[in-house]
Design a protein around this ligand. Structure first.
Ligand SMILES: Cc1cc2nc3c(=O)[nH]c(=O)nc-3n(C[C@H](O)[C@H](O)[C@H](O)COP(=O)(O)OP(=O)(O)OC[C@H]3O[C@@H](n4cnc5c(N)ncnc54)[C@H](O)[C@@H]3O)c2cc1C
Length: 300
């Protein structure tokens, strides 16, 4: 497939060929995307999608790659990365609308600078706000479901529409966006007026707790498994004696057993083997089936 020819003249920045996805994931793992593009606005995104649809090029969407495990053979077709090029902000009282490529850190800091409360929980989550809505990301009793009022989406033919929060079917790490093919282009949140100092104090507290408990010094994709009802995945893994369990360059973090870290040169194959081993041992010893939270993409 002549991707260079198909997308020639597209104004999206950086049409990169054979781009290693390891450069675009927080795990620092993943083989090459045939082509990776970073559109800066809706018109550029629509143009990419229309040409891809016309030529039957498969499209994979990524944000900041912080909840992804990309397989070692990489991703066929076009990867569209909605990065900080896609990061407009509009303010209307306590209602903020963010371009979906803006980082959660930036979004929560913007809210804090306006003395608006509700996004403090998001300060240390290393994703984009679009990826966070898709995943219904959350922490410390906050989650996207509690603040989002609507999203602007684009379908794979480049057509835009709006979805209200009640159409998104939010639940734990789930939304109706998953497997819908829809791309979130902007996110509107409604926040509460608050005190700048207490908002900042809350954000600092959450950041400190992460530094103390999470292995932020090593590449990972955050919590590897969803929280099973009534348990904590990290505690179950630790109680099964798997803290520090290693396959190749992938390791159950010695700091927080809910994280799998890349201690150097880990492949997706290492991580997938480690996931299976952890699932098998935890099921055998604790009788609980762990489900991955991290999404696996790419060619086997
Ligand atoms: C150190 C660390 C700590 C973390 N802590 C937390 C935490 O506390 N809570 C939590 O919930 N998560 C946490 N995560 C996981 C991750 O940061 C979140 O899931 C985040 O919301 C993912 O956003 P992203 O932009 O990186 O999405 P990606 O990982 O790039 O993509 C995730 C999924 O979202 C889709 N997607 C991305 N952008 C869009 C869009 N604009 N429109 C439609 N679909 C889109 C992708 O196609 C993919 O299927 C952590 C990760 C790390 C590495």
């Amino acid at each position: 497939m002549d991707l260079q020819g198909i997308f020639a003249g597209c104004t999206a920045k950086e049409l990169l060929l054979e781009e290693p996805m390891a450069k675009h994931t927080s795990f620092r793992i993943g083989g090459p995307a045939d082509m990776l593009a970073q559109p800066g606005n809706e018109a550029e995104l629509a143009e990419l999608l229309k040409r891809a649809a016309h030529h039957a090029v498969p499209v994979t969407l990524v944000g900041n790659g912080s909840n992804l495990l990309v397989r070692d053979k990489g991703i066929r077709g076009l990867v569209i990365k909605l990065s900080n090029l896609f990061s407009s902000i509009t303010v209307d009282g306590n209602v903020l609308t963010f371009g979906s490529g803006i980082s959660l850190a930036m979004a929560s800091k913007k809210a804090a600078s306006l003395s608006l409360s509700g996004l403090e929980f998001a300060v240390g989550i290393p994703g984009t706000i679009g990826g966070a809505v898709y995943m219904n990301a959350g922490a410390y009793d906050g989650e996207m479901a509690k603040v989002v009022t609507s999203v602007q989406v684009m379908d794979r033919q480049g057509q835009s529409s709006q979805l209200k929060a009640d159409e998104l079917d939010f639940s734990y790490r789930h939304t109706a966006l998953q497997n819908s093919g829809l791309i979130v282009t902007s996110v509107t949140v409604s926040l509460q007026p608050g005190e700048a100092e207490s908002i900042k104090a809350k954000m600092d507290d959450f950041s400190q707790r992460r530094i103390a408990k999470q292995p932020l010094e090593l590449p990972s994709a955050g919590s590897m498994f969803k929280r099973p009802v009534g348990y904590f995945a990290g505690t179950l893994i630790e109680q099964t004696g798997l803290k520090g369990y290693t396959v190749g360059g992938a390791q159950v973090s010695t700091k927080h057993a809910g994280f799998v870290v890349n201690v150097g040169g880990a492949t997706a194959k290492d991580v997938l083997q480690l996931i299976r081993d952890v699932q098998d041992r935890v099921l055998a010893v604790q009788g609980v089936q762990l489900e991955p939270e991290v999404l696996v993409l790419g060619e086997e």
